[in-house]
Design a protein around this ligand. Structure first.
Ligand code: ADP
Length: 192
């Protein structure tokens, strides 16, 4: 198995690069943002709870997303590996993920962190908001709140994996293909 975390602030290109990475390396894509939006679309109790946090740009409580990831892992026993996108977003989530993977006799092999400047992030998110239909991308205040949450709660997750020497930083500005090539170079080195 090969398990990868694609890490970075909102708007850093995780969704775009995830699609390309899962196709090339035959990984199962687990995006907590996508899973939560699908719960909201289906108007489940979990979706209703999550929406109140997402609309404000806040993180959804750990137990909610950890439960969702746990079922998603159990739901794909045949997977050759997973690409985690938008998860883990807190240290508690990282510790929970390590435990879940250990039960499956596997682990995180690599975290790829996309670095993008804050002004570029806001510009990209507002641009995406015009077409994506995502309400959290149309309001600059909500975007800034998500970036604050990222610095406060999520960026320490990179330090957590750095302790185990699992993190590689990649410049997230440039063309989609340039960034993809830089990501693949790191995956190929790790898989050898
Ligand atoms: P982005 O990376 O652009 O913020 P996502 O689709 O990953 O977009 O997430 C959208 C929202 O969903 C986040 O602002 C947050 O409220 C919620 N969310 C997604 N993943 C998590 C997570 N792992 N923990 C807590 N909240 C999450």
């Amino acid at each position: 198995m090969f398990n990868l975390i694609l890490f970075g602030p909102p708007g850093s290109g995780k969704g775009t690069q995830s699609e390309k990475l899962i196709a090339k390396y035959e990984l199962k894509h687990l995006s907590t943002g996508d899973l939560l939006r699908s719960e909201i679309a289906n108007q489940t109790p979990l979706g209703l709870e999550a929406k109140s946090f997402m609309d404000k740009g806040q993180l959804v409580p750990d137990e909610v997303v950890i439960g969702m990831i746990s079922s998603a892992l159990d739901g794909h026993p045949e997977a050759k590996g997973f690409l985690f996108d938008g998860f883990p977003r807190t240290e508690a989530q990282a510790e929970a993920l390590d435990k879940l993977l250990k039960l499956k006799k596997t682990a995180i092999h690599l975290m790829l962190a996309l670095d993008v400047s804050e002004e570029e992030l806001v510009k990209r998110l507002l641009g995406r908001g015009k077409t994506s239909g995502r309400s959290d991308d149309t309001n600059e205040e909500v975007i800034r709140a998500r970036i604050v949450e990222y610095h406060k709660k999520t960026s320490p997750v990179a330090d957590y994996y750095a302790k185990f020497d699992k993190v590689k930083h990649i410049k997230g500005e440039g063309t989609i293909d340039e960034i993809f090539d830089a990501l693949c170079e790191q995956v190929d080195m790790k898989k050898k």
